[in-house]
Design a protein around this ligand. Structure first.
Ligand SMILES: NC(=O)c1ccc[n+]([C@@H]2O[C@H](COP(=O)([O-])OP(=O)(O)OC[C@H]3O[C@@H](n4cnc5c(N)ncnc54)[C@H](O)[C@@H]3O)[C@@H](O)[C@H]2O)c1
Length: 393
């Protein structure tokens, strides 16, 4: 490493890229050096806002010697090939979820990173949230006895935010199974800290105008009789943030606006929808200020033999025979969640700390998501033995 900080190039300046740019400024170990995006308007916005180069293609970014690592926030279908190209160029890689669309693509990414000797981190997901990490530690401490259940509920407007066409086509990685369910799977896997053994799920496609999965109920069975139940709906009716004091997913304030995403979409068809996605969610829509509360992903309650543990807005709430205890979430100097992704990369590169969310971890999350998809399609539970799982594509 030439510098004590990691030079990061952001690939894709849409919603995820814009959010990560805002996080980079909060992390002392990483500095933003460039971006790449085929969208000229976003490149112009980035260059004006950051005073840094924005390239039209990945190859030019990879040729920039200031770039030590790339954050791949392009649409899902590009993650695989872009990670291979980054590894060939000797750049470290953070790739958004889903890591790729198929398990053999994940295998190639892992192999390419290993061969090139570069880091491969998969994230951001809400498995990185400080509250989730704290719950993991509380459970692992054994203070509350045997872990039994991890329950998650998330009701959002996901399907009615402006979308690219492929985001509404499951065959091309669209819908919640590739985009939102990885968050729930990683929250559950982070807390359970053991292998998933079986999956049973149902999904629904409720709007013929948005013909991809918008809701899902899944049960994961982990080793040692631990289960996770995960409910997700992206249909913009109910919003679980009502149960969270109207705090938004990222930790900022939120105004109740049931159905407003659906109503706004009625004005934006075709090209207008695509335009609205860039305008409303791309680079420039994310404040660099730290949010007042912790990030979260709907409601999360974890049950152990001696306590139920709930993710709160600023703390983790533990309910026991003795009453209610509020455990503060340890503060971080960087944006919680996305900053923790950067911390994992920087910690690995500068302090040789081991990666947790490496390629194998990201691959396993995709394996579980693909099993959820298959279980729902076949109306049966699936045992996640390795041989069978490898057929999920
Ligand atoms: N972790 C999170 O919380 C989170 C949030 C949003 C998105 N994501 C992930 O980030 C990825 C992007 O999603 P998004 O919502 O930001 O999409 P988006 O449509 O808002 O942005 C995608 C951007 O990528 C650009 N792009 C298209 N083709 C490209 C290419 N070949 N190379 C580089 N850039 C290209 C587009 O011009 C656009 O600016 C997805 O994989 C998604 O799952 C993660």
């Amino acid at each position: 490493m030439r510098n004590s900080t990691v030079g990061l190039g952001v690939v894709g300046l849409g919603m995820a890229g814009g959010a990560m740019v805002a996080a980079v400024g909060t992390h002392p170990g990483v500095r933003l050096v460039a971006a790449a995006d085929p969208n000229q308007a976003l490149r112009a916005r980035f260059e004006a806002g950051e005073g840094l180069p924005a390239y039209a293609d990945l190859d030019t970014l990879l040729a920039d010697p200031a770039v030590d690592a790339v954050y791949l926030a392009s649409p899902h279908q590009f993650h695989h090939q872009q990670a291979l190209a980054a590894a060939r160029a000797g750049k470290h890689i953070v790739v958004e979820k889903p890591m790729a669309l198929a398990l053999d693509e994940c295998d190639q990414m892992i192999e390419a990173a290993d061969r090139a000797g570069v880091a491969l981190v998969v994230g951001h997901t809400h498995g990185f949230d400080p509250a989730v990490m704290l719950i993991r530690e509380l459970v692992a401490s054994g203070a509350y006895g045997t872990l039994s259940m991890i329950a998650q509920w998330n009701y959002t407007n996901f399907l009615y935010r402006p979308r690219r066409p492929e985001e509404l086509d499951t065959a091309r990685g669209g819908g919640i199974l590739y985009n939102q369910i990885p968050h729930q799977v990683e929250i559950a896997r982070t807390i359970a800290a053991r292998p998933v053994r079986s999956v049973r799920a149902t999904t629904a496609v409720l709007d013929p105008q948005r013909p991809t999965e918008g809701s899902c109920t899944a049960i994961l069975e982990f080793e040692d009789n631990v289960s996770a139940s995960m409910v997700y709906s992206g249909y913009d009716h109910y919003d679980t943030d009502e149960l969270h004091g109207w705090i938004a997913e990222g930790g900022g304030p939120k105004n109740p606006s049931h159905g407003s995403a659906r109503r706004a979409l009625r004005q934006q068809e075709g090209e207008a929808e695509r335009q609205a996605r860039t305008e409303n969610f791309g680079y420039g829509n994310w404040s660099a200020e730290l949010p007042p509360h912790q990030p979260h992903f709907g409601e999360l309650i974890v049950s152990c033999a001696k306590a139920d543990i709930r993710c709160g807005a600023d703390d983790v709430v533990v309910y026991t025979e003795a009453g209610v205890e509020r455990v503060p979430i340890p503060a971080r100097p960087w944006r919680p969640g996305r900053g923790d992704v950067l911390e994992e990369l920087a910690g690995y590169l500068t302090d040789s700390r081991p990666l947790v969310h490496d390629g194998h971890f990201g691959r396993e999350t995709l394996r579980v998501c693909l099993a959820i998809k298959q279980s729902a399609a076949e109306h049966r539970g699936l045992e996640l033995i390795e041989r069978e799982a490898d057929s999920y594509v």
